[in-house]
Design a binder for this molecule. Structure first.
Ligand code: HEM
Ligand SMILES: CC(C)=CCC/C(C)=C/CC/C(C)=C/COP(=O)(O)OP(=O)(O)O
Length: 304
């Protein structure tokens, strides 16, 4: 080993800001923040714009911090999976301590700012979501059970409740139904992807459902969760808790989702299969939540 190799190994280059941004999983977190914003806008109260902005900022920072802590803990499996191997930690561009300090510091900052500037109920739920994602999902369940994302996925369902609680100081039936919607959406969202990323999870030894229970079971589960999700999606409108823009997007969006999910649920992988139906379902799952939460906000902002 020559001198240059030793110095590079002992003193990795300082990570630049792009790596810190990558730690926060910005693309996934845009939808997390959007559902929180729409949960806040759906509340039947006028929130002060500065307080509202601060609440959304805190949710974005808290969600990003939880992503950083997730990546700090998972650097070993991220290094094995093709999709994640280029992340700052497995690629060796960032020191693990820096990621840990960033995640803990940002979590504490976001929760304290939420409590001091907005209210302590929303701060407590934000803290609960961060702890749920990091401790319950990442540390405890992900490497132990194929039900990891069913239970752990609840973390990602809290943001509309946090947005609502930031505006109103309470939690009522509508935010709880929105929680249920994201909770039931997570299995089809993730298992569609897990079907075409099975090899990655298998290589990393992560017991995702297609790896442990097989593709047939996973496809059936996708179908069943989709039915429950669609019922929960339409419920806010059917119960008179959300308006017609939401009702229309929920009915049409859920019908399209159901058709795509049915295709995935009833097919079998062929040889050299490009997994197009699974990729379409995964892509549409993201658009679906954007549309439904957009419909919810439209009812308040445009038709109220
Ligand atoms: C335990 C629950 C969940 C799991 C395991 C999961 C897993 C994944 C994975 C592996 C990806 C693919 C690629 C990537 O890293 O960019 C992904 C993409 C995505 N997820 Fe999830 N997800 C979950 C919940 C959620 C929730 C709650 C939301 C938002 C409400 C969400 C929003 C997204 C978005 C927007 C993308 C696309 C990102 C892109 O375009 O790169 N996910 N998800
Ligand atoms: C407000 C707040 C704290 C929200 C938390 C948001 C949250 C829990 C989002 C979950 C979505 C997510 C990034 C899953 C990735 O799964 P993974 O970690 O298994 O994916 P990976 O393989 O890409 O790391």
């Amino acid at each position: 080993m020559n001198a240059t190799t030793i110095s590079v190994a002992a003193y990795p280059l300082p990570a630049d800001w792009r790596d810190f941004l990558a730690l926060t999983k910005p693309r996934v977190m845009t939808l997390v923040v959007f559902t929180a914003l729409c949960g806040m806008l759906a509340a039947p109260v006028a929130i002060d714009p500065v307080i509202g902005f601060t609440a959304i900022l805190c949710i974005a920072l808290g969600a990003g911090a939880s992503g950083a802590l997730n990546q700090w803990y998972e650097a070993d499996i991220d290094a094995v999976m093709k999709r994640t191997a280029k992340r700052p930690l497995p690629a060796g561009r960032m020191d693990a301590q820096a990621a840990l300090h960033f995640g803990v510091g940002l979590s504490a900052f976001s929760v304290l700012l939420m409590g001091l500037a907005v209210n302590w109920l929303s701060a407590a739920i934000l803290l609960g979501s961060i702890l749920f994602y990091v401790l319950i999902y990442t540390v405890w369940l992900k490497r132990r059970t194929p039900q990891n994302i069913v239970i752990g996925g609840a973390a990602g369902a809290f943001p509309p409740i946090i947005g609502w609680a930031a505006a109103t100081g309470d939690v009522t039936a509508l935010p709880l139904l929105l929680f249920g919607l994201i909770f039931l959406w997570t299995p089809p969202h993730f298992w569609a992807l897990a079907l075409f990323m099975k090899a990655d999870y298998s290589a990393a030894g992560v017991p995702m459902l297609p790896v442990v229970a097989g593709e047939r079971t996973t496809r059936t589960q996708i179908g069943l969760y989709t039915i429950a999700m669609a019922a929960c999606a339409v419920a806010p409108w059917a119960l008179g808790l959300a308006g017609d823009a939401y009702g229309l997007t929920a009915i049409v969006g859920s019908a399209i989702f159901a058709v795509l999910a049915l295709r995935v649920a009833t097919r079998t992988r062929g040889e050299n299969d490009a997994m197009k139906p699974e990729k379409s379902l995964f892509a549409f799952s993201i658009l679906y939540l954007f549309l439904l939460f957009g419909g919810l906000a439209t009812d308040r902002l445009v038709f109220a």
